[in-house]
Write a protein that binds this ligand. Sequence first.
Ligand SMILES: Cc1cc2nc3c(=O)[nH]c(=O)nc-3n(C[C@H](O)[C@H](O)[C@H](O)COP(=O)(O)OP(=O)(O)OC[C@H]3O[C@@H](n4cnc5c(N)ncnc54)[C@H](O)[C@@H]3O)c2cc1C
Length: 409
Amino acid sequence: MDFGYSPRAKEYIERVKAFMRDHVIPAEEAYHAQMSGSPDWRQWRQPALMEDLKAKAKAAGLWNLFLPDPHHGAGLKVVEYAALAELMGYNTMAAEVFNCNAPDTGNMEVLHMYGSPAQQDRWLKPLLAGEIRSAFCMTEPDVASSDATNMEATAVPDGDEVVVNGRKWFSSGIGHPNCKILIFMGLTDPTAERHKRHSMILVPLDTPGVKIERMLPAFGVYDEPFGHGEVTFDQVRVPKENIIAGLGRGFEIAQGRLGPGRIHHCMRAIGGAERALALMCERGDKRVAFGKTLNQLGGNVDVIANARMAIEQARLLTLKAAWMMDTVGVKAAMSEISQIKVVAPNMAQVVLDAAIQMHGAQGVTLDTPLSTLAAYVRTVRLADGPDEVHRKVVAKFELARQRAARGEA
Ligand SMILES: Cc1cc2nc3c(=O)[nH]c(=O)nc-3n(C[C@H](O)[C@H](O)[C@H](O)COP(=O)(O)OP(=O)(O)OC[C@H]3O[C@@H](n4cnc5c(N)ncnc54)[C@H](O)[C@@H]3O)c2cc1C
């Protein structure tokens, strides 16, 4: 593995770093102040400041950096973009500034890889332009959704149409005022082989029968203006041209969608940990108690050293997984992708918790990004598969490797 960044990646790193320093971080407070603050998602608006920042990032050529296709994005390798995702993890607003936020990135990747030319024209283009937002509706309240083959909501062909029925939840982004399109995963053929039963369907949000029942708070926070919606689909009819890639390919697409997304989530979690460490060091140097700075008290230097070591380990492992995706492909990197999906958010959770502790009561307020980042990294341990499912993948590969090494495969 090559541990250095390419000159092109280095150049992007410097530009994103400068943009974060000059534009995004100074806007944090004003951005939050422009939110409605209402638990009623119907009141939510896109803060004007976000559109300003997006326009600036676009003009600076810092746009769609996640897409490896140079015609639509920056053409960066996964390992190169990983460094940029880390910088975007310094707060929870930055990724949208660069049009690199979940779930839109994953949805754009799906449309880019599997969408028909007509689907790309209608939905991918405005998503790439940042004009609309999207949601991914897979998880259901009534079934264990860590097993994607469990989904019970249906997507059944009927003549020239597909009829969609069921209840989904944690559809992130569905509360965004610009959300226009949903990617729905539904059961098409319960008699087919387990991994070929589901299909992915494009459902415009304004189709009759689609109803947002409520937004779900995560640790009491609604993640405005994106939100996590519970949504029902009642006899929703869309043309069969809205099927992505073909009936029965839902599971395959879901797997393809999650590989790069996991690198992005993990690197953002690492960025959140870096920000926490920086804030913790500064606070510890400046705040005085019992006649000493906090950094001179108790075991606080150990806390700082442990945080640095943990971040470095998680970053190296995540970059290894990204590098493997670039060189040997997602399939061969499956164990490493699952490893980082456990390691990075767990590490970030510990570092953020330590930084909150060093900030005393202020740490749990919204005066610093710490509490929001802590909530975010905690949810990453569930979203895109809980820790336990990823451990299962790691163990499966390890046991197979060990059995092969013993000649027992
Ligand atoms: C903030 C947030 C945003 C999300 N955004 C989206 C989104 O945009 N679209 C979407 O479709 N979904 C989204 N999700 C849902 C997420 O993908 C699911 O929560 C996740 O897949 C787990 O499914 P579940 O909640 O049904 O948990 P369950 O499947 O019920 O699992 C519950 C728990 O059981 C345990 N468990 C499960 N499997 C195993 C195993 N093999 N071994 C041991 N223990 C196990 C784990 O502890 C797990 O946490 C989001 C979730 C959160 C929290």
